[in-house]
Design a protein around this ligand. Structure first.
Ligand SMILES: Nc1ncnc2c1ncn2[C@@H]1O[C@H](COP(=O)(O)OP(=O)(O)O)[C@@H](O)[C@H]1O
Ligand SMILES: [Mg+2]
Length: 493
């Protein structure tokens, strides 16, 4: 495991957030562990996802990023990573989340594999059950009028499932989630989003999606976590897609014989290519999973023990990173009270509204900023532009923008925005604490053979993969010897 301490990141600031080290970096953003600093010595460990600087100038990416914050912040569930804040400073756009001490399911499986082990079935059962409960909460999300948002995560994958050292598993990364009323134009028919290896067939064929697409993806996650193997491991994206559309799927027990028949059946039902044959909801999937794993399912404390043992080194390094940055000593009681009751001169605090009602316009006037206003205004203009592109009716309200005084079409989401000055940004060039590939695959149809050309995808599959046999139809048999799932070999992580 590549774990690099990152002393250079220590102490860097984004307003009232202190960056302590980078956890991951992907195509859209970097994720850091950090600390929220408040009055009177208040501190909280948080995770900060910072949109790459060049993308913060692109209205479509800004709108997507804000959508992620807006949607995820509305989901309140113990199995969904809580979004706490979103803000922009000097052209740096970032999202603040609860920090989950633990590892991704992908990391956990990789670590088990390094040790020549498979994840215990009881652990897989608990982690997936938690994930399905979190996913169900997301699928059930409604707006303040009780209207179902029809949210689809679209990127369920082991990298977006965080298994906590507290034994609780949480779903994260609603970066490409789609919901009715989403502002960013990510749902356009000519683009597919999500990690290629975990897409549902209907995502590839550009059909309208519903929650059942996430159930297929979670089925792949379950299959892989049980077997320690890739389901659609292929040497090219085209081959992976062809396999997704046509390759027979063998039950997990063909790779790991101890998987009980009932669990095989649950997994295979989730992996039905016809979505009408799948579970109808994540809750139903979860209930069936729980029954199938039976009494052997891990309790959260068993999960906690396993994660702490298997990922001890990684968890310890993050802890050290957080602990070694304890530069802020707790103030005395007198200092704390003085800080609370004496706002700094020249920075008057506007009266805050007591409820989530629309605040008085006066309180929303942009504050004078000592520097960096130009960059910030660029982001705000980007947002306005993105909003306009999307039709503009669902207003992106952005703190500091004069637009904010207008009545938004939608009620304000509970993403908490903070008041920070642009001058508080102190550089973001940091080296990683962890390196981990990230991940959102953005694939255009030309790269991936859509289904209205599915016959051509099948032809491609047939030529790329020998001995495919008939596409799967009836219930799976339980062969005694592991079949060649991809026609050549079972690919490993
Ligand atoms: N709240 C969090 N707590 C701890 N680690 C996190 C958190 N959010 C993300 N991560 C880590 O950062 C990685 C990337 O985060 P994610 O939101 O999935 O971004 P991306 O859009 O780049 O996939 C995750 O796979 C996980 O390792
Ligand atoms: Mg991710």
């Amino acid at each position: 495991m590549d774990v690099r301490p990152n002393p250079s990141a220590s102490g860097q600031r984004l307003g009232r957030y202190q960056l302590l080290g980078e956890i991951a970096s992907g195509g859209m953003a970097r994720v850091h562990v950090g600390r929220m600093l408040g009055k009177g010595g208040f501190q909280r460990t948080i995770a900060i996802k910072v949109l790459h600087r060049h993308l913060a100038q692109e209205p479509s990416f800004v709108a997507m990023f804000l959508d992620e914050a807006r949607l995820a912040a509305q989901i309140h569930h113990p199995n969904v990573v809580q979004v706490l804040d979103v803000d922009a400073l000097d052209g740096v756009l970032f999202l603040v989340m609860e920090f989950v001490e633990g590892v991704t399911l992908a990391d956990l499986a990789a670590e088990a594999k390094r040790r020549g082990e498979l994840l215990p079935i009881g652990l897989v059962g608990r982690a997936l059950l938690d994930s399905l409960e979190g996913l169900h909460a997301a699928h059930e999300l409604r707006d303040s009028h009780g209207q179902h948002l029809g949210l689809v995560h679209r990127d369920m994958s082991p990298q977006n499932i965080l298994v906590g050292a507290d034994g609780i598993t949480r779903v994260t990364d609603f970066g490409v989630a789609k919901a009715a009323g989403r502002i960013a134009t990510t749902g356009s028919k000519d683009i597919v989003k999500g990690k290629l290896r975990y897409l549902a067939p209907e995502q590839v064929s550009l059909e309208d999606l519903d929650r059942r697409a996430d159930l297929f993806s979670t089925g792949i996650v379950l299959w892989e976590a049980l077997t320690g193997s890739q389901l659609f491991g292929a040497s090219s994206e085209a081959q992976a897609l062809a396999m997704l559309l046509t390759c027979p799927i063998a039950p997990p027990s063909t790779v790991r014989p101890e998987v009980p028949l009932a669990l095989d059946e649950v997994c295979m039902k989730a992996l039905e290519r016809q979505r009408s044959q799948r579970f109808s909801s994540a809750a139903e999937f979860g209930e069936a999973l729980e029954r199938a794993v039976g009494g052997g399912i891990f309790r959260p404390k068993d999960c906690a023990k396993y994660v702490r043992e298997l990922s001890a080194a990684r968890i310890q390094q993050v802890r050290e990173r957080i602990g070694s940055s304890h530069s802020i000593e707790a103030p005395t009681e007198e200092e704390a009270l003085r800080e609370v009751f004496s706002p700094p001169e020249g920075n008057p605090v506007p009266e805050e509204p007591l409820s989530h009602d629309r605040p008085p316009a006066a309180a929303l006037k942009p504050r004078p900023s000592t520097n960096g206003f130009g960059a910030r205004r660029a982001v705000v203009m980007g947002l306005a532009l993105a909003s306009a592109v999307a039709g503009g009716s669902a207003a992106i309200a952005f703190r500091g923008s004069a637009k904010e005084a207008e009545t938004p079409a939608e009620p304000r989401n509970p993403v908490h925005t903070t008041t920070t000055t642009a001058s508080a940004v102190q550089g973001l060039e940091v080296t990683p604490l962890f390196t981990s590939g990230s991940n959102v695959a953005v694939v255009t149809p030309s790269e991936m053979t859509p289904t209205n050309a599915s016959s051509s995808a099948q032809n491609q599959a047939s030529s790329a993969i020998p001995n495919l046999g008939a596409p799967s139809g009836g219930p799976p048999k339980r062969p005694k010897t592991p079949p060649k799932v991809d026609g050549t070999k079972v690919m490993k992580f």
